[in-house]
Ligand binder design. Structure first.
Ligand code: HEM
Length: 133
């Protein structure tokens, strides 16, 4: 159930279940990317070892969704464009990212909170599409 204080509604981070849920989404996302041939081009852009990315993306998503901001404090001034400098993102790899993330979110959250699963997937897809050059 969503948690809220008397003065403000629950953040998306609180509503979905905090770090545990974020970690599940991120694990599923990279497991899909690592195993499903549909994401082969996206996988090829990443380093062999995905462990650092699992930690980094989970930290980013926690702060971005209204939770603890340790990733932003550890990476002052880093934005999504600067984090991807030198990564060749085109329409196809951006669509692969958005599709893998939607699958990961729906697999994790679709049964318990389909409304939030759809909203998060939509906004992350827009972000990914905006990064294609
Ligand atoms: C649009 C398609 C995207 C592609 C193709 C892509 C690809 C990549 C690649 C290749 C890296 C470096 C990984 C490595 O060194 O192994 C990276 C880093 C990262 N990406 Fe993406 N990415 C995309 C979109 C996004 C989006 C939308 C987000 C956030 C919602 C995101 C979050 C991150 C984070 C947090 C890092 C780590 C930055 C760091 O720790 O320095 N990416 N991405």
């Amino acid at each position: 159930m969503p948690t809220a204080t008397a003065t403000r509604p629950a953040t998306p981070f609180e509503r979905i279940g905090g770090r545990d849920t974020i970690h599940q989404i991120v694990e599923r996302f990279y497991d899909l990317m690592d195993s499903d041939p549909a994401y082969a081009r996206l996988r090829a852009l990443h380093a062999t070892d995905l462990a650092p990315m699992r930690t980094s993306l989970a930290g980013f998503l926690a702060g971005w969704s209204g939770g603890p901001r340790d990733w932003f404090e550890a990476n002052p001034g880093r934005c999504m464009m600067s984090a991807h400098q030198g990564v060749r993102i085109d329409a196809e790899t951006s669509a692969e990212w958005a599709m893998a993330m939607r699958d990961a979110i729906v697999d994790t959250l679709g049964a318990t909170d389909p409304e939030m699963a759809g909203a998060l997937s939509d906004v992350l897809e827009q972000m990914a599409r905006g990064m294609a050059r």
